[in-house]
Design a protein around this ligand. Structure first.
Ligand SMILES: Cc1cc2nc3c(=O)[nH]c(=O)nc-3n(C[C@H](O)[C@H](O)[C@H](O)COP(=O)(O)OP(=O)(O)OC[C@H]3O[C@@H](n4cnc5c(N)ncnc54)[C@H](O)[C@@H]3O)c2cc1C
Length: 335
């Protein structure tokens, strides 16, 4: 196991924030867990690809940076395959691997940054698909006892950008691998966003899962800022789910308010629309701000501190609450 001391975390986080970690243990194999770590593990933070973290202070906790590798088909039949993937595998590379192996269900989640081990934490989702629909089990180590546990899908309490690992068991488990059930029969889902439009523009009327993946990759590349050029962590806030009464009130003021029904009592509103209507889209203060084309994405134009971005996020939250009565919840982990 590699151990790094007083290391700058800037190359490891997509916000490109400078921050020092007192100690980083780089975990490359299961032997590293078994031979080098003494349980209970206290004052620990787990790091995947650093694409959903905003660093606001030097990190005094020991960071376990998960770089374990491995993708194995455990079982298969004519219809589906059960695949076990190590936590440190890159998410998008795994999506591409699944397509090469004619295993389907992940194509709508193409190009989401980060690692496989982090995918259950906030139940990653995009273009009408959430990863919970293909997760069979999650294997994890209890940081207190060192015991390995298997969580079945229903035990993970998956919700919108949420799971038991982000709520009740936050910081309690280290996910070592995720077991997926992937289909051998394509189930094309193109009803969300501009996917259908891009496919039509490319003359594709009967798309394969790879066509869907390529369309989503090109949409994401054109719409979202590339963290290599402008530091960001994707959507900074969750899309709020609000009561129908509040929605009806807002509709009187904003006729064209976009919405997605949840049930008879609640409705989801795009947080980006709220932020834009409250006047924050494109806001810039020296080297940080709100992206000019994507109001949901806060950006570091270079050299900004995590504290200043966090402060901006809090100002946006209170302003949107004042103007619309909607509480925006941060999706990004603030450390
Ligand atoms: C440009 C961009 C676009 C994005 N688009 C999307 C999107 O479309 N949909 C979406 O859902 N998300 C999106 N995200 C957010 C991000 O990609 C996901 O949340 C991703 O799953 C984070 O993975 P990571 O490995 O980088 O996790 P990190 O940022 O390293 O960690 C995130 C959290 O997970 C915990 N964690 C990480 N690995 C483990 C592990 N093995 N065991 C236990 N805990 C762990 C960390 O402690 C932390 O709390 C986007 C981010 C960016 C920068």
């Amino acid at each position: 196991m590699k151990i790094l001391h007083n290391t700058d975390l800037q190359p490891f986080n997509t916000f490109n924030i400078n921050s020092i970690a007192a100690e980083i243990f780089v975990i490359e194999s299961m032997d590293d867990f078994e031979n080098n770590l003494k349980f209970p593990l206290k004052n620990i933070k787990i790091w995947g690809g650093g694409s959903n973290i905003l660093l606001t202070q030097p990190q005094s906790d020991t960071i376990l940076k998960i770089e374990t590798k491995g993708k194995n088909i455990l079982q298969e039949n004519d219809n589906e395959a059960i695949v076990k993937v190590a936590a440190g595998e890159n998410w998008h590379q795994f999506v591409l691997w699944s397509l090469e192996n004619k295993l389907y269900g992940l194509e709508n989640l193409s190009l989401i940054p980060g690692t496989v081990g982090a995918c259950p934490i906030q139940n990653i989702g995009a273009y009408g698909v959430e990863v919970k629909s293909v997760i069979e089990n999650v294997e994890a180590i209890d940081l207190e006892t060192g015991k390995t546990l298997t969580f079945a899908n229903q035990d993970c309490e998956f919700g919108y950008r949420d799971s038991i690992f982000k709520s009740k068991y936050k910081g309690k488990y280290l996910i070592t691998s995720v077991i997926f059930k992937l289909s051998k029969k394509p189930n094309i889902k193109i009803g969300y966003g501009d996917v259908q439009k891009i496919l039509a523009e490319n003359g594709i009327s009967n798309p394969t899962p790879s066509d869907v993946s390529n369309a989503i990759i090109s949409i994401r590349q054109s719409k979202l800022p590339d963290p290599k050029e402008v530091g960001n962590a994707g959507s900074f806030f969750k899309n709020p789910i609000i009561p129908i009464d509040l929605f009806d009130n807002l509709k009187q003021k904003f006729d064209n308010i976009p919405s997605y029904p949840i049930d008879n009592e609640s409705i989801k509103i795009p947080a980006g629309w709220i932020i834009e209507k409250c006047g924050w889209k494109g806001f810039r203060e020296s080297n940080f701000g709100v992206h000019p084309n994507q109001a949901l994405v806060l950006v570091n134009y270079g050299g900004a501190s995590g504290k200043s971005i966090h402060h901006l996020a809090q100002k946006i939250q209170s302003d949107c609450y004042e103007k619309m009565g909607i509480k925006l919840e941060m999706e990004v982990n603030v450390w």
